[in-house]
Unconditional design. Structure first.
Length: 255
């Protein structure tokens, strides 16, 4: 089971360092925070929390006041759409619609508009610069990278230099997939596990898709990889001739 910490008071922001260390992810509730903070302060607080979550490799979500204009209108106001796209560039993993889909008149349109804004933001990301920025932060804020983090940053560097098209992570914990996602690669990450809860949990992380693999194939390397590659091709995640970087974490105590 994953634990997500909701940040909805100034007090919770003051406790953010403890929360980001212990929780599996963060939800920022901007409506509640706006009752206690001035808008200009809230913007800076959100940016800081997103940066810290990225450094820790934890997913962070923004809830409420996402496309607020679409609660009553069929099209998003420019500032709402701009806010979502800016959030993508900032490093937010996902947005949670609330009033737009619970009491709003255009729930489907709001969802489609959100997807379009996110796609536009991802299309203009400089992924190599994002990788360099996240890596610099990771090195500057830690005396020594963990083995999994060091492996992930090396993998992303190899992927950038060699035009790798996809990551496959065979894992019991989802850990290596989350660390790779921390560096925001543009390549899709397929996290494969024998654990159903793990395959569901990794879907919370940006760019990661979970896949449940048969338990009887966990130690059958060639057959397992063939099955996973077939799935990836069927899902359009890769094509024949693409380069794929594979990690196998199953059966090891540490990466």
């Amino acid at each position: 089971m994953h634990l997500l910490a909701k940040i909805d008071t100034v007090e919770s922001i003051h406790s953010f360092e403890e929360l980001i260390k212990t929780a599996d992810g963060i939800i920022i509730n901007r409506v509640e925070l706006s009752l206690e903070m001035h808008p200009e302060k809230l913007i800076l607080a959100q940016k800081w929390m997103v940066d810290r979550a990225t450094q820790e490799g934890k997913p962070i979500f923004v809830q409420s006041q996402v496309l607020e204009s679409m609660v009553k209108e069929g099209a998003a106001h420019r500032q709402d759409a701009e806010d979502v796209t800016s959030g993508v560039l900032e490093g937010i993993d996902a947005f949670i619609l609330s009033h737009e889909t619970s009491i709003g008149k255009y729930p489907v349109d709001a969802t489609i508009q959100l997807a379009k804004c996110i796609a536009e933001g991802e299309n203009i990301l400089d992924y190599e610069q994002v990788y360099n920025d996240v890596r610099a932060d990771a090195v500057n804020n830690s005396k020594k990278l963990s083995p999994a983090d060091a492996l992930a940053t090396t993998a992303c560097s190899i992927a950038l230099d060699n035009n790798v098209d996809m990551f496959i992570c065979i894992t019991e914990t989802g850990r290596i997939a989350r660390y790779i996602a921390k560096y925001r690669p543009f390549q899709p990450i397929l996290a494969c596990s024998t654990s159903t809860p793990i395959t569901r949990q990794v879907n919370m992380t940006r760019g990661v898709t979970g896949y449940k693999i048969p338990t009887h194939l966990r130690n059958r390397g060639d057959k397992l990889l063939s099955l996973i590659l077939k799935l990836a091709k069927d899902q359009g995640m890769c094509m024949p001739g693409n380069k794929v970087l594979v990690f196998n974490e199953i059966g090891r105590a540490h990466v």
